[in-house]
Design a protein around this ligand. Structure first.
Ligand SMILES: Cc1cc2nc3c(=O)[nH]c(=O)nc-3n(C[C@H](O)[C@H](O)[C@H](O)COP(=O)(O)OP(=O)(O)OC[C@H]3O[C@@H](n4cnc5c(N)ncnc54)[C@H](O)[C@@H]3O)c2cc1C
Ligand code: FES
Length: 279
């Protein structure tokens, strides 16, 4: 277990540069550390998270939705869930939040280099995968990217600016689906697992990355196994309630692992060794 130092809990002030409303529930906060020198030096890896805080409102882990290949600011996409996130949604550009981190084990971009990627996301789960996708597209030598994204309804589809770019990118295939249609929607209706049968991917040369609600993750991991993906080549992120974010409080335990330091990124092979039979 890590030793606790009081400075580990000290949030650094960060200034909101811009707020992008992704849908009625999700806002992306474009942030820069108030200390310009620290902001210049700040770096992180896709899949990692920051502990974000507001005085008297609490603190919560939020994944990077931006990519370190575009330095200068960081982006955190926040779904309104409770006390802290509702308070964040009321903030304006120029306001400040507290940031600790970056924390957690990332997606190892070097391992993904040159492999084809199958990205399967549901809802806010696209946030950490957006970091991977845009990081890959910024890096020469990337493989093909196939993106499957499921939303509850068409008006819930987040990151529309990125999706538009991905749908026009020669190396990317991007399919969307919704649980329920709305007027004007002529795309697929149904679970994101339904799209898996329609894509052409070679499991031998591909890595799958999966983020979304736990029920979706379980169904997608099983389907990917049946498609022939090796357990080591199926990567996902786990969510648990967190307090410290640095391996001290044990709030985030997942069987014998701590999600904040052993995760949040795990392979299916790693999860199968834990008491998580359904995965
Ligand atoms: C590693 C990690 C990365 C995350 N990345 C993002 C992100 O990029 N964007 C985003 O919007 N959210 C993300 N989350 C979830 C986010 O941390 C929670 O929604 C947050 O705790 C909400 O804080 P709050 O004070 O607004 O809500 P609270 O008042 O704490 O809770 C609101 C509701 O959410 C439930 N809840 C809180 N935390 C969790 C959790 N970890 N798992 C399941 N249910 C929970 C509570 O039980 C309650 O029902 C992430 C969580 C983890 C562990
Ligand atoms: S949040 Fe404290 S040990 Fe993980």
């Amino acid at each position: 277990m890590s030793l606790m130092r009081s400075e580990d809990y000290l949030p650094r002030p960060a200034v909101i540069q811009k707020i992008i409303a992704e849908n009625s529930q999700i806002k992306t906060f474009v942030l820069a550390l108030a200390d310009q020198q620290a902001n210049q030096a700040f770096t992180y890896r896709p899949g990692q998270f920051m502990m974000v805080s507001l005085p008297h409102r609490g603190e919560a882990p939020i994944s990077f939705s931006s990519t370190p290949t575009r330095p200068g600011t960081i982006e955190l996409s926040v779904r309104r869930a409770g006390s802290l996130t509702a308070a964040m949604h009321a903030l304006q550009a120029g306001d400040q939040v507290g940031l600790r981190g970056p924390y957690g084990r990332p997606f190892v971009m070097e391992d993904l280099q040159g492999r084809d990627l199958l990205v399967v996301a549901g809802g806010i789960g696209l946030a950490p995968l957006r970091s991977v996708i845009n990081g890959c597209l910024d890096t020469p030598g990337h493989g093909k990217l196939t993106i499957l994204y499921g939303s509850r309804v068409p008006s819930d589809i987040a990151f529309r600016g990125d999706i538009d770019i991905w749908q026009h990118h020669p190396a990317v295939t991007c399919h969307l689906t919704v649980d329920a249609p709305e007027p004007g929607w002529d795309g697929p209706v149904g679970l994101v697992t339904g799209l898996l049968g329609q894509v052409k991917v070679d499991p031998a040369s591909s890595t799958a990355l999966v983020c979304g609600p736990p029920v979706m993750i379980a169904a997608v991991l099983t389907a990917l196994g049946k498609m022939g993906f090796a357990d080591e080549e199926i990567l996902t992120t786990m969510e648990r309630h967190m307090k410290c974010g640095i391996g001290v409080c044990r709030h985030c335990h997942l069987d014998s692992k701590l999600v904040c330091v052993d995760g949040p990124v795990f392979s299916r092979a790693q999860l199968k060794k834990l008491q998580m039979d359904r995965l």
